[in-house]
Design a protein around this ligand. Structure first.
Ligand code: ATP
Ligand code: MG
Ligand code: FE
Length: 344
């Protein structure tokens, strides 16, 4: 099927077009620069930016794909989770298209889309597979039985998301927002063993109750204390070493728990998705450690890890292929849509 996907859950206006599992277009407009000086996404500003960017981004996607909008078989849209006001813009646009073109509409889960997008690069997802979903707002281990219907959380963060930790630590190191890519870059010229930062929820006691859960707020506080102590002593802060050591601590816990879950669940494929999956150290560490225990790692290319429309089209296309019932045209936007609710 030829499927168009619309994503507006945060600050990226994404329109993707796929045919089956082939990516034809992935147009993204971001309002990130408008938020940078606030150190975080301002919902009202992002919503207005989506409204302005929507039609030009739709046109750009159609042109790149070389298709007319009336040729698509279905429209897919992120119905949640995300910012309530920004989701509404995408859902309203998708409804308008579905009505205007007389095509079925699928309201899909943003987190499941972060998983489904990998099919555009590496083919059908093995059933079942384990997914490590690490993004700006979420960090979870998921058992994915069928990405169009059955996604079961095994564990998730009990405080900050991994991406949030990257963004907060970047901020205290004086790096721009969003900080993930800047930490990634700074870490390349630093030492990952310079500072021994804590690995959250990995003590024997914590593992009893939180084997597959994450915690990053203690790590963030440890980094803040370390930096403050240096500043108080009037010594320069070795930004590259702090970045590399912090990044190592995050990746170590993510990979350790993901591989433990893969073995526990008896699955041989680990998929990593969400914005933090773009991290170069996470990708390398996962590959290296997984190879030792015979687990295959699948990670989409960095541009498909961060928010985009192709991921929504990819999940929509799978919905059509598996004959799922389309959403009602009165479908709501649900800012806290649970990961278990893949299709609305
Ligand atoms: P969610 O998917 O939970 O709703 P979101 O959509 O805002 O959140 P994504 O776009 O999936 O999040 O991911 C954005 C996050 O990814 C940001 O926190 C950003 O810092 C982080 N990120 C992006 N690139 C990298 C990188 N190379 N290394 C580490 N983190 C990164
Ligand atoms: Mg973003
Ligand atoms: Fe996301």
């Amino acid at each position: 099927p030829l499927v168009l996907g619309i994503e507006t859950s945060c600050d990226e206006t994404g329109v993707g077009i796929v045919r089956g599992r082939t990516l034809l277009a992935d147009a993204v407009a971001s309002s990130v620069e408008e938020h940078a000086r606030f150190g975080g996404v301002v919902p009202e500003v992002a919503s207005r930016a989506h409204l302005e960017a929507m039609v030009p981004t739709l046109e750009r996607a159609a042109e790149t794909a070389g298709v007319r909008l009336d040729e698509v078989d279905a429209i897919a849209v992120t119905s949640g989770p995300g910012l309530a006001g920004t989701l509404l813009v995408g859902v309203a646009a998708a409804k308008a298209l579905a009505i205007g073109l007389g095509k079925p509409l699928y309201g899909v889960n943003h987190l499941a889309s972060h998983v489904a997008v990998d099919q555009l690069e590496h083919g059908p997802l093995p059933d079942p597979c384990l997914a490590l979903l690490v993004s700006g707002g979420h960090s979870s281990l998921l058992r994915v039985e069928d990405v169009t219907s059955t996604v079961e959380p095994l564990g998730s963060t009990i405080d900050d998301a991994a991406g949030e930790a990257f963004d907060k630590v970047a901020r205290l190191l004086g790096l721009p927002f969003p900080g993930g890519p800047h930490i990634d870059r700074a870490a390349r010229s630093g030492s990952s063993v310079a500072i021994d930062f804590p690995r959250g929820l990995t003590s024997r006691r914590d593992l009893e109750r939180h084997r597959f859960d994450f915690s990053f707020s203690g790590l963030k506080t440890a980094v803040a204390r370390w930096v403050e102590a240096r500043e108080r002593a009037g010594e320069p802060v070795p930004v590259e070493d702090v970045a590399a050591s912090f990044q190592e601590a995050v990746c170590d816990v993510l990979v350790r728990k993901a591989l433990d879950a893969a073995q526990d669940q008896g699955v041989e494929d680990l998929l990593i998705g969400g914005g933090v999956a773009a991290n170069s150290r996470l990708r390398a560490m996962a590959e290296e450690r997984a190879a030792k225990i015979g687990v295959q790692v699948r990670v989409p290319r960095p541009g498909l890890c961060t928010d985009n429309g192709a991921m929504v089209a990819a999940l929509g296309s799978e919905m059509v292929a598996r004959g799922r019932t389309p959403s009602h045209l009165d479908l709501p936007a649900d800012s806290s849509q649970p990961v278990t609710q893949v299709l609305v």
